[in-house]
Design a binder for this molecule. Structure first.
Ligand SMILES: Nc1nc2c(ncn2[C@@H]2O[C@H](COP(=O)(O)OP(=O)(O)OP(=O)(O)O)[C@@H](O)[C@H]2O)c(=O)[nH]1
Length: 444
């Protein structure tokens, strides 16, 4: 999980604070020392940490906090505010041109994830009702052009290429003319990367910038490179000027140092984060939601957005009807499970649920995606009749299903029991709150 180490340490520190009825200045200072160490271990820039702690200390050791009835909570609130500020305060949106097409240029070092991010960004813009086109201006890595074309096919979006014999500046210019005639209102230019920031690359990028005057230059950096990512961002901003950052591979970055330092060091906001290799694994970066995740308070808003994007509203209505009629089958069960899995890796989803998002709890929960594969295999090994009427699945059928799905009879039994319980529970819910009276404490 992203920020795992930092989240665990901060949550431990604050648990101790919350446990105390009254706080002294010494208590707060000791806690802040732990926060400082945790941030440094998470590879946050040293100067950034020093400033951050100083700001919190000024606010937290004041009379207002120490004399309050819930001083521990107050300190956490201040840390939450300052963490949010550190990452940029509020989300930083893309700016669109008054007269289309809006030109977005992605730049960055080799392997940082530019081509993948071009596809992800195009997908997200399309979902927002835009008509994006992509321009393949990376002529040095021949596979990059093909890679972008494959992404374009999958997204059903145009990719403009001129092969690898024309100059990137000419390709970018021709690509924009193409977009204009093709009625595309946004173009994303995928540029070439180098291993290091060098003069040749910068000159080329500057020429493209000069010719096409992009509305947004977004730097793609790899979160897993930690403080190196921050240095690269600083250099690109000095030499080229950037509007913001796409921080990729945050899903693989347990420390989170780059995410916490980029804005403070470069002054430029993180606009998006990459949370996986799939095309829908791009999230708008919300500093407040990220701070909340780090402090174990969950991120319900992102969870709702993910659900809205991946759960089919029509199917949800159908399901509600089936529940009312008591017709919920194992096929529906499988369908539901698939829809939830479409929302992303389970540990990321669970990390957004308040209460479950405490790093410690998640570790104990042991999210086992393999078990979900087993359930899918078991249901797929049943006949349609069995899926609709699981009560008919007798001993010999259970044996056949276990054999067919490569699982054991116990696994099949467990699933059937789970399904029965789920169905019972859903029936109670679909019967409305009245029936629930006396069952749950808050209905009494
Ligand atoms: N886990 C994870 N992998 C990612 C993410 N973004 C990109 N990748 C992977 O990183 C690798 C490099 O991505 P590319 O998009 O090819 O990188 P590039 O910057 O275009 O590379 P060059 O064209 O060589 O400069 C690929 O294997 C991607 O699947 C992300 O957010 N999370």
């Amino acid at each position: 999980m992203v920020f795992q180490g930092l989240a665990e340490k901060l949550q431990d520190t604050f648990k101790k604070l919350r446990g105390k009825g009254k706080l002294s200045e010494k208590d707060v200072k000791a806690a802040l020392k732990e926060v400082k160490l945790a941030l440094l271990e998470a590879d946050v820039n040293y100067k950034v940490v020093k400033n951050f702690i100083k700001k919190i200390e000024i606010r937290a050791v004041g009379h207002e906090v120490l004399a309050s009835l819930t001083p521990g909570q107050q300190v956490i609130k201040i840390v939450n505010n300052e963490l949010t500020e550190l990452m940029g305060g509020s989300k930083s949106a893309l700016s669109f041109a008054d007269s289309p097409p809006t030109v977005i240029m992605l730049v960055g070092l080799q392997g940082s994830g530019k081509t993948t991010s071009t596809g992800k960004l195009a997908k997200s813009l399309k979902q927002d009702g835009k008509r994006p086109a992509m321009i393949a201006a990376d002529i040095y890595r021949p596979a990059a052009i093909k890679q972008l074309q494959v992404l374009g096919d999958r997204l059903d979006l145009p990719v403009f290429t001129m092969g690898d014999q024309s100059s990137p500046v000419d390709i970018a210019k021709a690509g924009i003319s193409f977009a204009q005639s093709n009625n595309n209102d946004v173009v994303i230019i995928d540029t070439a990367g180098r291993l290091h920031v060098d003069e040749e690359m910068m000159d080329e990028l500057k020429s493209i910038r000069q010719e096409v005057k992009p509305d947004e230059i977004l730097l793609v950096v790899d979160a897993m490179t930690g403080q190196d990512a921050v240095k690269v961002a600083n250099k690109f901003d000095d030499l080229l000027g950037i509007n913001g950052v796409i921080l990729t591979k945050l899903d693989g970055d347990a420390r989170g140092g780059a995410a916490l330092s980029v804005k403070a060091v470069t002054g430029k906001p993180i606009k998006f984060v990459g949370m996986g290799e799939k095309l829908d694994a791009l999230e708008v970066f919300h500093p407040d939601r990220m701070a909340s995740r780090i402090l174990g308070m969950g991120d319900v808003l992102s969870l709702i957005e993910k659900a809205e994007a991946s759960i089919d509203a029509e199917k949800a209505m159908e399901l509600e009807e089936k529940l009312k009629q008591n017709e919920f089958t194992l096929e529906d069960f499988l369908d539901q499970m698939e829809q939830v899995r479409n929302m992303g890796p389970l540990d990321q989803i669970l990390g957004m649920i308040p209460g479950l998002s405490g790093a410690g709890q998640l570790k104990n929960l042991q999210v086992d995606e393999k078990q979900l594969d087993h359930i899918t295999a078991i249901i797929n090994s049943m006949t349609p009749e069995e899926r609709r009427k699981p009560d008919k699945i007798n001993g010999s059928r259970r044996k056949r299903i276990a054999g067919g799905s490569g699982t054991s009879i116990q696994d099949v039994n467990r699933l059937l029991k789970q399904f029965k319980q789920t169905k019972k529970m859903m029936k109670q819910f679909s019967g409305g709150a009245k029936k629930m009276k006396g069952r749950l404490p808050f209905f009494n």
